[in-house]
Write a new protein. Structure first.
Length: 333
């Protein structure tokens, strides 16, 4: 296990939060829940029938979990009323709200909305849009946040770059082709997230196939404009662009290609120009460098709701639960 994850787990244990897990028909989720409870990383709410869940995994100790079954939940009337109030302009009445809240993901997000849980983790068997839709409908974006984006924390072994091999890659999971303004907000949010999770100063590189005018193209222009906006939004953040990847993380290349930049060659937050680049980049790093990849983690939602890769294993879910708990510690609700 990396120092990053060990530290995240220690921080989660120090101020324990409650994380709701709606995908209780998935064995990996139950394995992760048992591990989280055994290690004391977080308190866990499992959505569904206690009897059914425990019968499906008789070998696991889930005795410390809380169970919440949408089929006979005491507070369901209040949940329905809240959802109707939130979505009445979209034509949601009591009948529609009651039906939606039988969906474990809507139910889990409503538990977060009502303060019964501090965050939610799902996506092991559910597509990203179906995980994030209830979060955006019920929790909405954090005040002052332009958009929700997704990132990976990448921990590269034996790596001299970044923060001892630790990086944030954004957006690597959600927005296919962000505008310059959206890219700027992704950069600023990612810098804040890096400081929260890694507890080191963020150094943000706005990535491109060009460094400081070495190529001309509308795609380059977008990154140049995003850099300008991001510097206006967060003048105290170390941030520069446009930078090629080597100029962003390798000091000698940064000095050669972007002389005078105190950011080039030292970046630990890598902002990709689009989702193609971000997704390919994180998977290349994960597979070729044998890096640990934690995510996709969301940022910008009013409370932490995090998506999992459907190829995840139980250990991945434990890591994301710990990260979600630490995110929840930072939330002002």
């Amino acid at each position: 296990m990396s120092n990053f994850l060990e530290t995240i787990k220690m921080r989660a244990k120090a101020q324990k939060k409650t994380i709701v897990l709606p995908e209780t028909w998935d064995r990996r989720t139950l394995d992760a829940a048992a591990a989280v409870l055994a290690e004391g990383i977080a308190d866990v709410i499992l959505v569904g029938s206690k009897e059914t869940i425990c019968q499906s995994a008789p070998d696991l100790d889930l005795s410390k979990a809380t169970f919440a079954d949408p089929e006979n939940f005491e507070g369901m009337d209040e949940f329905v009323a809240t959802l109707v109030e939130l979505r009445k302009n979209k034509g949601v009445d009591e009948a529609k709200a009651a039906k939606l809240l039988k969906n474990p993901l809507y139910f889990g997000v409503m538990m977060v909305k009502k303060g019964q849980a501090d965050g939610m983790v799902a996506g092991a068997v559910t597509a990203t849009p179906d995980v994030l839709r209830p979060a955006l409908q019920i929790l909405k974006t954090r005040p002052g946040t332009k958009l929700v984006s997704a990132f990976f924390v990448m921990v590269v072994p034996d790596c001299e770059y970044g923060a001892n091999g630790t990086f944030i890659y954004a957006d690597s999971g959600l927005n296919p082709n962000p505008t310059a303004e959206e890219l700027a907000h992704i950069a600023v949010n990612s810098a804040e997230t890096f400081e929260t999770l890694v507890q080191e100063e963020p150094v943000v590189g706005m990535l491109s196939f060009s460094t400081k005018g070495s190529a001309s193209h509308s795609d380059v222009d977008k990154v140049v404009e995003a850099t300008r906006i991001a510097k206006e939004l967060a003048p105290n953040v170390k941030l520069d662009g446009e930078l090629q990847l080597d100029a962003a993380i390798v000091p000698s290349v940064g000095q050669s290609k972007a002389p005078g930049s105190d950011v080039a060659g030292h970046c630990n937050v890598l902002v990709f120009p689009d989702l193609d680049a971000g997704n390919i980049g994180y998977k290349l790093t994960q597979r070729l460098a044998k890096a640990e990849a934690y995510g996709p983690i969301t940022q910008g939602i009013a409370a932490p709701v995090n998506d999992l890769s459907r190829g995840c294993v139980a250990e991945d879910i434990v890591g994301v639960i710990a990260i979600t708990a630490v995110q929840a510690q930072q939330q002002k609700r």
